[in-house]
Structure formats: C-alpha cells, structure tokens
Design a protein around this ligand. Structure first.
Ligand SMILES: O=C(O)[C@H]1O[C@H](OP(=O)(O)OP(=O)(O)OC[C@H]2O[C@@H](n3ccc(=O)[nH]c3=O)[C@H](O)[C@@H]2O)[C@H](O)[C@@H](O)[C@@H]1O
Length: 435
C-alpha cells in the first residue's frame, strides 16, 4: 500500500476517524512533502530533457533516425543579408525563387540557370548522406561562385521555412528536395515518408500562410505510372498502381498538391521527370555507377524482364529537363489565396517531362562502352521485385503545347557530355578522386 492510498479520491465524502486524526495529519503532511519533492524532481528531469533535446532548440530539425543530415544554425543579421542578396531579382520581371534540394542534381542545374537569367535564387538543402555528400558540396561550391547561397536545413523545419518567407517574399518555389531512388525504398522506407510526404506538407503549410503565396513547381516522377501498360504514358493514364514506395509517395504528393490547391488556392505544377541523367548526376543511378564500375573492371548487373524481355527507360538529358522546369515557372499563374485563405480557383497542373524515345538498358551499356573505350562485364539478371518497372515512355504533347517543351538531346550525345564530366571530375587517368 502506498502513502497515496491514504488520500481519498472523494475528499468531501471522507469520514474522519477522530482517534487516528493526529497520526493522519502527520502522514498527510509527510506525503505532501514527498509528493512535492518528487514532482520537482520530475519537472527538473523533463526540463533537462527538453533543454538538451534538438527539437526544442531555436532551430528545430525533426530527427530522421535512418538518415544523417547536418544540423546547422541559421538566423542572425549576416545570415539574413546573405539570404536577401542571393534572392535579389536582377532582371526586369524576374522572379525570386526558393529552390529546395538545391545541392541535388536537378536542383543545382535549375538554380544555376535561373541565376544566369537574372532571377533571384535561394537554395535550401539538408545535405543528407543518401549518396556521397562531397558531391553535393562540390555542387554547392559551384553555385556559390555564381552567387547562389544554399541554406542548410530540412524542409520539415517549419520554423526555418517561416523565417525564409519572412526575410524574402518569394514569388515562386521550385521544390526539388526529395528522397529519390526507386530501389532504396525497400531499405529505408521512412526516409521517403519523411521527405516526400511530411516534408512536402510542411512546405505547403508555410507556402499557404505566406503573403503573398508563391506559385509552386515541384518534382513528381515517371514512376507514378507504375504498372500502367498503355504506352506512351500520358498524363490522363491511370496512376493508381505504383510499383514502389517511392512511386507511392510521389503519387501521394500529387494528391496532396490537389488538396492544397483546392483548399488554399495555391498554384501548383507537378513535373513527372523521366530518368534524368547528365553531368553532376546522382551516383545511385544506373548510368552513373555503370560508368564507375566499367572503368574499375567490375561486373555490372543488367536487368532483364521475364522471357528475356527488354528493360528500357526514356532517359532524359538534364538540359532538356531544366528548360522544362523554367518553362513551368514562367507559365505558372499566381496563387490566389493569402494568409491561409483561398480567394478563388488556382492553377493545378501535371506534366510529363521525358525524352519520348525509350532506350534499352543494354544499349545504354553499349554506348558507355564506346565512350569509355572499355568493355563492360555484363551480369544479366532477372529484374528484381523491388520496385523497378520494365519500361517507361513519355507522351510529351501536353508539355509541348503548354510549356513549349521540346527535348533535343539523344542518349548518345547526353552520355558523351556526362562521361566527359565524369572523367574530369574524378580525374580518371590523372590524380583521381574515388567515385
Ligand atoms: O524516372 C523516374 O521517375 C525515376 O528515374 C530514376 O529511376 P530509374 O528509371 O529506375 O533509374 P535507374 O535507377 O538509373 O535505372 C535505370 C535503368 O537501369 C536498370 N538497372 C538499374 C540498376 C541496376 O543495377 N541494373 C539495371 O539494369 C533499371 O531497371 C532501369 O531500367 C530515378 O532514380 C528516380 O529517382 C526517378 O524518379
């Protein structure tokens, strides 16, 4: 029996036993003292916990247990000055664009292109270690030289996002931060939910409250077509059969975009990218690590479908994708709401950005062999059941009509540029840094 058992749950109805009264008083007081003491200890422990916890710091960053990303400080007048200067518009009718995932492959190219034409650009990136962060740092250095500042932070950090909108009234957001990669979703599913769903919602929450609300263009994916067999894939085709969690989170993103457009009047354009490749690309993608492994003399796994079926992709060169992204920004209408209130219907779009010319993966390897002047050790294997689909093929007539999108780089030409970059970046044949 604990000392707390002497305290009645309904004190008014408690009938005091006179004989035991003095004894009860003593028990009552000592119990109260103990209770007060332990309460203070408890409050102290809670205080210490929150004081030391990262989520209660001035710059909160929700922790992703499965992912290491940098926690850096932000704020202060020097920091604000850098943010403002990077986002300053330098051309007539230019935009002020927040680019999330700016140290990523597409993010770097889009940021550089926007800056070149005089738009204000502020980058945001969490520099996570999904792939070699030193490549992200090298891209950051590249952007820095052209005057683009990348704020280090996570799109789930609402306080940071709010601060950025306080400092700069962004006209547009180019949202490219995401957990990419189809196969990795089986290894680390929560990172997809964290970035592609929770992160998107955090960003849209802040955008919807902003005054003025920005127009948002964001990266969806060709993978939303999943098991769709009707080719070429058109925006009107079904997208309710995702083959990977990655695809499912991108599809969820499209539905979330619909909701924020409907309720808050946010102007939203989703771009379904088709296997983007090129210089400064992502080392987790096949063309990139095939190049590395062919040069090292390591065997490369080449997937084939059942009954020796061809696996093919509508590989799309980065410069074509950048043109599509800029055209999407240029044709984006203003959001109609302000301060979290919708004032009228707003634009909601989805476009395929592909090359509309699928190439079998075996042909990709042959092109690389010619460019690298090295024979690949081909290890043909069955397409694993881990999210890969057999082929992709974009119908781009909608993007052609509405955005003037016209891809002009074939795989041979694009890979030539990639290989030239790769050899020089990793100094193959010279001092050599490891890929
Ligand atoms: O278009 C898209 O939406 C997606 O494009 C790529 O996904 P994926 O097309 O699977 O690109 P890779 O991982 O580079 O694979 C390219 C091709 O090589 C094949 N492959 C991949 C890996 C491997 O070891 N062997 C192999 O034959 C794949 O089956 C696929 O056909 C990106 O990784 C995704 O982030 C992006 O959203």
């Amino acid at each position: 029996m604990s000392h707390l058992d002497h305290i009645p749950s309904t004190p008014g109805k408690f009938k005091m036993d006179k004989s035991s009264y003095p004894y009860s008083r003593v028990r009552w007081h000592s119990s109260l003292a103990k209770l007060t003491f332990w309460s203070l200890v408890f409050v102290g422990v809670i205080f210490l916990f929150f004081y030391r916890s990262p989520s209660s710091s001035t710059n909160p960053l929700p922790s992703d247990p499965s992912r290491r990303s940098l926690r850096t400080s932000w704020g202060g007048s020097d920091w604000e000055k850098r943010v403002r200067s990077s986002a300053r518009i330098r051309s007539r009718n230019g935009f002020s664009v927040l680019v999330t995932g700016a140290a990523g492959f597409v993010g770097t190219h889009v940021s550089a292109a926007l800056k070149r034409r005089g738009d204000g650009v502020l980058g945001l990136d969490n520099f996570n270690d999904y792939y070699d962060p030193s490549l992200k740092r090298a891209r950051q250095a590249l952007l820095e030289r052209s005057g683009v500042f990348i704020v280090e932070g996570d799109i789930n950090d609402v306080a940071l996002l709010k601060k950025l909108f306080e400092v700069v009234p962004f006209t547009h957001v180019m949202h490219l931060a995401a957990q990419a990669g189809v196969r990795y979703a089986m290894e680390n599913p929560s990172s997809y939910v964290h970035s592609n769903i929770a992160g998107l919602v955090s960003l849209l929450e802040v955008c919807k409250e902003a005054n003025p609300q920005p127009a948002i263009v964001w990266a969806s994916s060709s993978s939303v077509y999943g098991l769709n067999t009707k080719v070429p894939f058109s925006e009107k085709d079904r997208t309710d059969q995702p083959a990977s969690l990655y695809a499912a989170t991108k599809k969820a993103g499209e539905e979330i975009a619909h909701t924020y457009n409907h309720i808050y009047g946010l102007s939203l354009t989703g771009l379904r990218f088709f296997t983007v490749y090129g210089p400064w690309g992502r080392p987790d993608m096949a063309y990139f690590f095939f190049t590395r492994d062919i040069l090292k003399g390591k065997s490369i796994p080449i997937f084939e479908a059942a009954s020796h079926g061809t696996v093919a992709r509508d590989f799309t060169y980065i410069d074509d994708i950048v043109k599509g992204c800029l055209a999407a920004l240029d044709t984006a209408e203003k959001s109609t709401g302000s301060g979290g209130k919708k004032k009228g219907p707003a634009q909601l779009r989805v476009f395929n950005l592909g090359n509309t010319s699928p190439v079998p993966v075996t042909d990709l390897v042959s092109i690389l062999e010619r460019l690298l002047k090295a024979k690949a050790k081909r290890n043909i294997m069955k397409l694993p059941r881990n999210g890969d689909v057999q082929f992709t093929h974009a119908n781009i007539s909608l993007a052609q009509r509405e955005l003037g999108y016209k891809p002009s780089t074939d795989l041979q030409t694009g890979l030539k540029k990639f290989v030239r970059w790769y050899l020089s970046y990793y100094r193959v044949g010279g001092k050599k840094a490891d890929a």
